[in-house]
Every structure is written in C-alpha cells, then in structure tokens.
Design a protein around this ligand. Structure first.
Ligand SMILES: [Fe+2]
Length: 324
C-alpha cells in the first residue's frame, strides 16, 4: 500500500473511532444525579459501584445484590432481586469498583429509598470514555506533583528547627513514600476519597495553619504543628488499595489503623537521623497517636498543638464535603 493510502486509512480509522466514541457517549442529566432522586422515579443512568454484596433471600433459595452506588452528589443503594448464587456472586465480583449502567424504579422500604433494578435487564459495565466521569467522582483541583512540591517547599521555608528539617527531608527523599502520597485518597468514604485526596488534605491543612499564624499570631509550637500536619495521616499511603473508581481498606489499616502506620513511618525515619531529640520525638508521636481519639478539648490534659491539629483536620475534612 502506498504511503498516502496508509495515511488516508489511518485518518478514516481515527474518525471512525472518534465518531463511535461520540455515539456511545452517555450524558447524565440533573434528574440522574443522586441528590435529585425521588420516590417512584424511573432511573436509567450510570454510577460508580462503591460496594456490592450478594445476599440470600429470607425463606428462598435465591440471592439478591445489594449495591452501593456513588456519584458526585452522594451515595444510593440499589437492589437486584432473585438470582441463583453463581450469578449473584459472578456479578458482584465483576462490578466492584467499576462504572455501571442500571435501570429501575425508586422504591421505599423502612423510610429509606433504594433503586429496584429492572429484573429483565442486565447490569452493564461502561468504559470511562463513554461517561461523564466528572459527575461520578470528585477530584483534586491541582496536580499531585504541584501539591507535593509545594508542601515540601513551604515546610522547608517555614521550619526553624534542624531536627524537624532533617525529618521533613528524610520523608521528601523517600521516593516510595512520595509516589504513594501523590495517589493515595484521604479516606474511602468520609472525606477526599479520591486519588490524591491525601496530599490535597495535607496541603490545605498546612496553608490554613500558616494563614492563621500570619493573621492571628497563634500561640503554639509552630514547627511541631507543621510536622504533625505532614505526618499525622502519612500512614494512609498503606491504608487503601485502589480499584478502578473506589478503594478498599488494607489488612494493615484494619489491624493497626492509620495513626499507628504513620507512627511506624515516622519512627523509621527518625532512627536514620543522628541524635534526634527525644522530646521532639515524644511530642510528635503524641500528636499523631491522639489526633483521631477525641474531639477538640480545651482541658489542660490536651496540648494546644493537639487541639490545633484536630481543628485543622476536622475543618478541612468537613469543608471538603461541600465542594463540587
Ligand atoms: Fe487528617
């Protein structure tokens, strides 16, 4: 085939694929968003499968699927009734973490709404190319590389103490930690549960703290709070395994919790720093260990730095829920 003919053929193929993608593209209208669902509404749209279980019907030998769906506005339950065990198990293995299209009716049971999936229609798995993925999942607004670079730049400029600078550098120089930091979510459910959510959370807490310091002249150990912001959730790099569009909790997270994993990472880095001050180590581990335990508490038994860390943490996690 001549060169011109080859170019022409590939152009036609490109156009064909482009056109094909377009005709397969499924739009999502306002009524298709979870926050707008109403009793008795007919549904024919797509979602991310956050979770799926196959359960046996009471008094029957057949199974049903209990699917937790997600879009950018929330979560919703869907049920598909009556199927043999092998089919229910097969579908639930296949759709976990994927984008699916379903049709059905919104029903009510025990004051809660759910979608009853049409019996005669199969659940369809969709390619992200054919959907508005932005309407299914929130995402970070700045690039993970930018966020990582900014965090360590800010920290380097703001820290006064040499031990803390060495600890921050040791974390920054660990490629494995940085690569995982760039992709890990901040949680599976509660806040910033999307790729790079963790690094966004750390960056925003840091910025908020430094704004407070600048505008309100806070009375606290600034270096200690900065290091606690950087490390309090760092263990989350080992807390979640990614599926296509959702995350599951690792065995280590289930057994240890992310605070303990964070402490493990920090202690390992401190061990590599000669003559690291014992008091600073104790203070930082105290903050990491306790950041999740209680709400803000102004009694003397809780340090200013721990209260500040908890306030920044819950403020950022809470506010992130209201973002589009
Ligand atoms: Fe946090």
């Amino acid at each position: 085939m001549s060169k011109n003919k080859i170019i022409r053929k590939s152009l036609i193929e490109d156009l064909y694929h482009h056109f094909n993608k377009k005709i397969n593209f499924l739009t999502k209208e306002e009524k298709d968003l979870i926050e707008n669902f109403k009793f008795n509404q007919r549904i024919d749209t797509y979602f991310i499968v956050r979770d799926v279980e196959h359960k046996r019907h009471k008094n029957r030998d057949t199974y049903f699927l209990l699917i937790t769906l997600q879009d950018v506005t929330g979560e919703f339950v869907a049920k598909k009734w009556d199927m043999p065990y092998h089919k229910a198990k097969g579908i639930s293995d296949e759709i976990k973490g994927k984008i699916i299209r379903i049709s059905g009716i919104i029903r009510e049971f025990n004051d809660s709404l759910y979608i009853e999936i049409d019996k005669d229609k199969e659940i369809e798995i969709l390619s992200p190319d054919n959907c508005s993925v932005d309407l299914l999942k929130k995402s970070v607004k700045k690039s993970p590389d930018y966020l990582l670079e900014q965090i360590f730049l800010i920290i380097d400029n703001e820290l006064d103490d040499d031990d803390w600078k060495k600890l921050a550098n040791a974390i920054h120089e660990d490629d494995k930690i940085c690569e995982r930091l760039k992709i890990a979510p901040a949680s599976t459910k509660f806040h910033q549960n999307y790729s790079s959510g963790l690094i966004e959370h750390i960056y925003e807490m840091l910025k908020k703290f430094l704004d407070e310091i600048k505008n309100n002249n806070l009375n606290c150990n600034k270096d200690l709070v900065i290091m606690a912001i950087l490390t309090h959730d760092i263990g989350k790099i080992d807390s979640y395994d990614g599926l296509d569009y959702s995350y599951k909790i690792t065995k280590k997270e289930k057994k240890w919790g992310h605070s303990l994993i964070s402490i493990e990472i920090v202690l390992e880095k401190i061990l590599g720093i000669e003559n690291f001050d014992e008091n600073k180590k104790t203070e930082l581990i105290y903050l990491i260990e306790n950041h999740m335990k209680n709400k803000v508490n102004y009694k003397d038994s809780v340090t200013k730095e721990l209260n500040i860390l908890r306030l920044l943490d819950s403020y950022n996690a809470g506010m992130s829920k209201f973002r589009l």
